[in-house]
Design a protein around this ligand. Structure first.
Ligand code: KG4
Ligand code: ZN
Length: 352
């Protein structure tokens, strides 16, 4: 996009899982787009009774929330629907039914307004979300993507230019947090709850495995850790309630150590001096502390999204859509027939 290109208003809609997010960003030449407003509705309370996300309930709730949230965002930004130039939506990966809601609404809005629509990769949204922070990164960088469904290390050379360096061969880091938390009776979503409890525990209390720590590559494996937590909990038996905080702290320490060591290995392998951490687990305090300390010692800069933009939100989708348009990765389409991609590897995204 030329520096003189007219500003664009990009509306973004996120509905891949259990949060409905809507946001409006404004592009200004090739500068990082500005977030004008965003609104979020979390379904956590609704799913809590079931101990996890119920896909059908998620889809139905997205339908209820998405238009009121859109109205709220436009009101907060002092804009009208008629001013929107592009509608971006999460095309995948995620729950098929939930994705279809956002895609359907985005394409209906696009058709009604006669503006182009753009399907965005959810993980690209996470990956670019630190650009909305007060300390935005610069390309190239190593990205540690740690969400509920994905754990990946990527080399990022620009918008749409992603090379996968390593990923989990089984559970994601977020899943390891969630499943361990469930075993400890901490409910859903377990990551934040386990992390809170871990603050009061002794991380050295239990020796838990650090899977693939010395594998020599950048892949992860967290399924064995969950089993080890279960074995330890069973061993403790009636003593478990008194030791839950210690077990939580030991679990968190195991996950964090693997994430930190592998991130450092990715930086060493690529020779890059910048790390971006994105996705829900990026909100973890212990992970941030350990990464900050390890990177400071090596002269590496670490960038995070603002805490409230670590987990799913519409701002990252509007931003990724806007940055893709700016980078000329693809022209948004005036085609309103839509599909979604519940499974969609990030490194298969076409660059400009
Ligand atoms: O990125 P995200 O909001 O959704 C996906 O795209 O999956 O990530 C959600 C994941 C969940 O597994 C949740 O437990 C975890 O992020 N999470 C955390 C924390 N906050 C969210 N894990 C550890 N510590 C946290 N503070
Ligand atoms: Zn996510």
């Amino acid at each position: 996009m030329q520096a003189s290109s007219p500003p664009l208003l990009v509306l973004g809609i996120e509905s891949s899982c259990d949060e409905t997010g809507v946001a409006l960003v404004r592009t200004q030449g090739s500068a990082v787009p500005t977030l004008l407003a965003h609104a979020l509705h979390s379904q956590i309370e609704m799913h809590q009774a079931y101990g996890g996300v119920v896909p059908e309930l998620a889809s139905r709730d997205h339908i209820r929330r998405v238009l009121p949230l859109t109205e709220c965002v436009l009101r907060d930004a002092g804009r009208t629907l008629a001013e929107v130039d592009v509608v971006a939506f999460t095309r995948g990966p995620g729950l098929a039914g939930a994705l279809l809601v956002g895609a359907g609404v985005a394409c209906a809005l696009g058709a009604a307004l006669d503006v182009p629509v753009l399907g965005v990769h959810h993980l690209e949204g996470h990956l670019l979300s630190p650009f909305l922070s007060s300390d935005p990164p610069a390309f190239p960088f190593v990205a540690l993507l740690v969400s509920g469904g994905h754990t990946q290390l990527m080399r990022v050379d620009g918008v749409g230019r992603y090379v996968l360096l390593g990923e989990t061969i089984d559970d994601a880091a977020g899943e390891a947090f969630d499943k361990s938390a469930k075993l400890l009776g901490l409910g859903y979503p377990g990551g934040p709850a386990l992390s809170r409890l871990a603050e009061q525990g002794d991380a050295a209390a239990f020796k838990l495995p650090r899977p693939l720590l010395h594998s020599g590559n950048l892949d992860f494996s967290f399924a064995g850790l969950k089993t080890a937590v279960m074995t330890q909990a069973k061993k403790l038996g009636e003593a478990l309630p008194a030791r839950t905080a210690d077990l939580a702290a030991s679990t968190e320490a195991a996950i964090v150590e693997v994430l930190v060591k592998k991130s450092l290995a990715a930086l060493a392998q690529t020779g890059l001096q910048r790390l971006v951490v994105a996705g829900g687990v990026g909100a973890n305090r212990h992970l941030r502390q350990q990464l900050n300390a390890a990177c400071a010692a090596r002269g590496v800069r670490v960038h995070y999204p603002e805490l409230h933009l670590c987990t799913d939100n519409g701002a990252m989708i509007a931003l990724a859509g806007a940055m893709r348009v700016q980078a000329g990765c693809e022209a948004p389409q005036r085609h309103y027939a839509f599909d979604v991609k519940p499974r969609w590897p990030l490194d298969q995204l076409a660059a400009g």
